[in-house]
Design a protein around this ligand. Structure first.
Ligand code: PLP
Length: 448
């Protein structure tokens, strides 16, 4: 019984921590020493015991404009009172069309149609992969059913996303549905590229791995390649100079669609609208989430090139063209949040601010070279990574300790493996950048 003798906690008692099975969390450790946020404003969270924590990661790479921006808050409050929900199946509401066209204007080249998912990046990714498969069939290339991802890629947690994703822990427990995919080699190469500032010099030739997969499987079986322009969740891996351009060329040569998963690089993280703009590479589809609504309401989206949308607009006009969608696709609260978010980005010049701060950010981070345990530092736009030497036989333990120590000193960082990943809101001040770096330096000194 939940309340009987021997029960660890009464799971129905108010404020017990047991019932919530937390995502991507060491549940037992957390519940013994919980870290709870109860408020947020600008660059700071407030903890349940009233401490301020500087947000070095914009939540999970998502609160680009800083927390509780008044304009976004107001837009959500107004929308909740005006119209809570409207379906997007055979019905619509104006803000969905408005946000789609504003996002389309921001997207590079002829990416001019936007499909909205509901929950976030995982749904956006699964949507893009499904569109890729359906598109190939639509243009008479129905044998193209294979999807190519990359080792150390993260594309969310749906079955599509984990299939193309390249993180073993996200794949090994989930059985046989993950077939029909293959993976490019990852591009992380500390031997040649450690302490690169911006893009690493070596490794463009790793894009040729796609030629290997074409030789192995034949191009006629491959629908699409999906990569993150900058891989975030697997430790912040920058693309080598020329790598993405080469990938684009090989995709073109073989009729393979190129999908950029821009869930973290979209909406200003590199100082441009999208990573595609930063790198000057035109993908066929772009997945988005996070910064789309400043994370105030969950939302995801896929931008597609005109010819992809047009390929579906055939057949009888009364027929549904794509059998895909979510109850909460284009949810009114998300659309209102998205419109206000884009206004804030533009009016506060936040993407330009990222570009302006990037050199300072780079300098500050690289000043950690030589600090205890540090084996690499990486940066691009307002993204940073500090890679630590793992403790022999205890991978992740050192970085986890650092995370706890920084949190105790009032600085929120994120770690993945033994890599510190930093991605602050774009409103960060130089003094706050210094504080993050100095806290890291101080805490690194005290680690085993
Ligand atoms: N794709 C990328 C590149 C991501 O970084 C993430 C999340 O970190 C996702 C997809 C999944 O997004 P969500 O957690 O919103 O489903």
């Amino acid at each position: 019984s939940k309340t009987g003798a021997g029960a660890r906690t009464d799971t129905r008692a108010p404020n017990n921590l047991e019932s919530f099975w937390m995502p991507y969390t060491a549940n037992r450790s957390f519940k013994q020493a919980p870290r709870l946020y109860v408020g947020a404003k600008g660059m700071y969270y407030t903890t349940v015991d009233g401490r301020q924590v500087l947000d070095g990661t914009a939540g999970l790479w998502c609160v680009n404009a800083g927390h509780c921006n008044p304009r976004i808050v107001q837009a959500i409050q107004d929308q909740a009172a005006e119209m809570d929900y409207a379906p997007s199946f055979q019905m619509g509401h104006p803000k969905a069309f408005e946000l789609a066209s504003r996002v389309a204007q921001m997207l590079p080249g002829d990416l001019d149609h936007v499909f909205f998912a509901s929950g976030g990046g995982s749904e956006a990714v699964d949507t893009a992969l499904k569109i890729a498969l359906a598109y190939q069939r639509q243009i008479g290339q129905g044998t193209r059913t294979r999807l190519i991802g990359r080792e150390r890629g993260y594309h969310g947690t749906g079955f599509g996303g984990i299939s193309v994703g390249g993180i073993v822990a996200n794949r090994k427990a989930f059985g046989t549905l993950l077939t029909g995919v293959d993976h490019l080699r990852h591009t992380h190469d500390l031997g040649r590229n450690a302490y690169s500032r911006g893009l690493p010099q070596h490794g463009a030739e790793l894009a040729d791995d796609l030629e290997r997969l074409v030789t192995l499987h034949d191009a006629s079986t491959i629908a699409a390649v999906i990569v993150e322009p900058v891989a975030g969740s697997t430790g912040v891996l920058m693309p080598p100079q020329g790598y993405l351009q080469r990938l684009r060329q090989i995709c073109d040569k073989h009729g393979i669609l190129l999908i950029f998963d821009e869930v973290i690089t979209g909406f200003g993280r590199l100082g441009t609208n999208f990573g595609a703009d930063y790198f000057g590479v035109q993908p066929d589809m772009v997945t988005m989430a996070k910064g789309l609504t400043n994370a105030a309401v969950p939302a995801g989206a896929v931008g597609v090139r005109k010819h992809i949308y047009d390929a579906f607009m055939t057949g009888p006009e009364h027929m549904i063209e794509l059998f895909h969608g979510y109850t909460y696709s284009a949810h009114p609260l998300a659309m209102a949040a998205g419109l206000a978010t884009l206004d804030v980005y533009r009016e506060e010049g936040l993407f330009q601010r990222v570009a302006d701060l990037a050199p300072y950010w780079e300098q500050a981070l690289h000043s950690l070279k030589g600090a205890r345990h540090v084996i690499d530092i990486r940066n691009l736009g307002l993204i940073g990574a500090v890679e630590l030497e793992p403790i022999a036989g205890k991978p992740t333990a050192r970085a986890y300790d650092l995370f706890i120590k920084c949190f105790e000193k009032g600085v929120g960082i994120r770690t993945t493996g033994d890599i510190v990943a930093l991605s602050p809101p774009f409103i960060i001040e130089k003094g706050e950048i210094d504080r993050i770096v100095e806290t890291l330096r101080e805490c690194l000194q005290t680690l085993d």
